[in-house]
Design a protein around this ligand. Structure first.
Ligand code: CTP
Length: 397
């Protein structure tokens, strides 16, 4: 396979020499495109010797061959490691002021970006916004590893090990094992109105559901996302239907499920809703507080399981905290048996754990509550793991 390896100006550039070796030793043909500044860290001779190809950094270095277009067209996989905050910013805004960023605008293959920088730079809202933009465009951005950084500081920002980058990158060149399949994914969290200005809601951000949508689209599926109050950019190449309440979500999922081969209930669906939402804003009266009567909402997943067509795969999620009656796994196994979905993805949640764009830890159970797979990592990686198990359960057409 032809791999384009981009190298930006981070101290971790030396690790990319090992990454390059892993690729070439596995038989891949690698073209290295460093940024000019990165040559301060690892010189051109290293890349030329290890890749066996000449190395250029500027679109004007070899004008007759129009290198940026040639490199982009020929590449079957692109890996940028390390990606600096500056590289992420330039790629997110579509700039093309060197050969690497120009090539990134011409590639049509999967792209993996492995950021490495100081924690403050990684966590800066500007960097996070750039990462979100790139992810929404289908670019796979690895979570940086946590540990010792260039100076005495430690935290998230380390370049992951070359082996981990290579594994994640090669996994991207996934077989189109969901081609011709329709997959419906609910994402986010429903809101149940109390009055015109207040609602009962939950902390679900929609990141896992959107990661599943992107991964399914990458693997060739036609994807419908039913998004409950998700404030993320729409995944590339995916139909998004927006809903607010459980009743709206139920209706949208049921309608889309008619043609679906797979339905994934990744949304956090409210179990209760105010019995009778007030038509006007509830006002404060003296020291008192209103009593809000709640009623149970319909269990969408249970309905899908009960009405599923032969061959249709139904997946549920269970965000668990564990309590005095049992730990996360015990609650997960009981829920798997109760819900009867083909797969139940169990993950621990709590304040600061499991919600938002943070790595996830999951156990996949079958309908009998048996563990069929476990995994941890960025939500994109968890999405691939879930889809591997979905594919294994799909009957071949
Ligand atoms: N779910 C659903 N409809 C509901 C509640 C939940 O479809 N009214 C789905 C969720 O999308 C998820 C799975 O059921 O895929 C498990 O959700 P969870 O809230 O963990 O389960 P509950 O059955 O509500 O159990 P618990 O008592 O733990 O809240």
């Amino acid at each position: 396979m032809r791999i384009l390896l981009g190298v930006a100006a981070g101290i971790a550039a030396y690790k990319s020499a090992l990454l390059l070796r892993l690729f070439t030793e596995a038989g891949h043909d690698v073209r290295v495109v460093p940024t000019r500044a990165s040559l301060e860290f690892v010189g051109r001779a290293t890349w030329e010797a290890l890749s066996g190809h000449p190395v250029t950094v500027d679109v004007f270095d070899d004008v007759p061959s129009v290198e940026h277009v040639k490199l982009g067209r020929e590449a079957e996989l692109v890996v940028v490691a390390p990606a600096t905050a500056d590289l992420l910013a330039r790629a997110a805004s579509g700039r093309c002021d060197d050969l690497l960023t120009a090539a990134l605008l011409t590639v049509r293959c999967p792209v993996l970006v492995a950021p490495a920088m100081h924690t403050e730079m990684w966590l800066h809202p500007a960097t996070q916004a750039n990462v979100a933009t790139l992810r929404a465009r289908g670019i796979h951005v690895l979570e940086p590893a946590v540990g010792r950084l260039t100076g005495p500081d430690t935290g998230p920002g380390r370049l992951p090990d070359p082996e981990d980058i290579a594994r994640a990158a090669l996994a991207l060149v996934a077989p189109q094992d969901l081609a011709g399949r329709h997959i419906v994914i609910s994402a986010g969290g429903t809101r149940e109105p109390i009055d015109p200005v207040r609602f009962l809601g939950n902390r679900s951000s929609g990141h896992q559901g959107y990661a599943l949508a992107r991964a399914a689209a990458r693997r060739g599926a036609q994807v419908t996302v039913v998004a409950a109050n998700v404030a993320l950019p729409d995944p590339h190449g995916v139909e998004v239907r927006r809903v607010e309440t459980t009743a709206e979500l139920a209706e949208a999922v049921r309608a889309a499920a008619v043609t679906a081969d797979v339905v994934v209930m990744a949304a956090a669906v409210a179990d209760f809703r105010p019995d009778e939402p007030a038509a006007t804003k509830i006002k404060k009266v003296g020291d008192g507080a209103p009593t809000i009567r709640l009623t149970q909402t319909e269990d969408v997943l249970a309905g899908l399981v009960a009405t599923r067509r032969p061959g249709q795969v139904v997946v549920g999620f269970a965000a668990e905290t564990g309590d005095a009656d049992g730990d996360v796994q015990a609650h997960g196994a009981a829920k798997a048996r109760r819900k009867g979905a083909d797969l139940l993805v169990v993950n621990p949640v709590g304040v600061g754990v499991g919600f938002g764009d943070v790595p996830n830890e999951v156990t996949l159970l079958d309908a009998a509550g048996h563990v069929v797979a476990t995994g941890a990592g960025a939500k994109d990686e968890v999405a691939e793991l879930v889809l591997d198990q979905v594919v294994a359960r799909l009957v071949r057409p």
